[in-house]
Design a protein around this ligand. Sequence first.
Ligand code: PGA
Length: 256
Amino acid sequence: MHRKFLIAGNWKMSNGIADSVSLVDVIKSRTSKILSIDMLVCPPFTALDAARKAAAGSLLRIGAQNMYHESKGAFTGEVSYSMLRDCNISHVILGHSERRTIFGESDELINKKVCAALGNSLLPILCIGETEAEREKNQTFTVIEAQLEKCLRGVSNEQAENLVIAYEPVWAIGTGKTATPEIAQEAHSFVREQLAKIFNEKLANSVRILYGGSMKAANAEALLNQPDIDGGLIGGASLIADEFCSIIGTADKLSL
Ligand code: PGA
């Protein structure tokens, strides 16, 4: 089964409007000949509109890093899926480990967000992954299994066609400690098995599973060469045009 690579940048709380537009401009010009993979960057909310306008006319897509599952109402400080649609945003990262640990998001809340995104033509990138303590206690697979089961409750087979999963071991995020290609592949293949149980095998084989956690130009090829790794969700290295474009170039090369 051929799955198109998706290389996605998670800018987190970096880049205001001017920096977002200039980074989009550089990525856009350096990737103008890349046709074989999907490319996405996720700036902060305040720069979404400007980034989308800067990316217009290219294949670079713009996504958000979070959203709320209600359309509107008394939810001070939140941004709804309809507001993202209003900005012509295509993708949204949901359940990132920083949302889970710093902002206390539960699997139940993330599930509501995943369902709201899928029901409203936004493509969710659902993040899952174990902490270092959970890995040391050999709980990696039970944690991933529970996160998938709870976060994907109520998602239909038809909706799941638009799903992207990001396996991001928490101990590898922003630490420089990348999972080895073997460790990552083992987890990705387990995720795919779970997707086959929740949905079906055909669907599981079509859903893209991205790796996230200190991915950079130097380790991208070894990771992307693994059979169940279908791209990357890249934090730190996505803020550096040379690094991010090099990862895109690697994915493009591996696709040909
Ligand atoms: P990192 O972040 O690439 O800086 O480790 C990845 C992420 O948090 O999505």
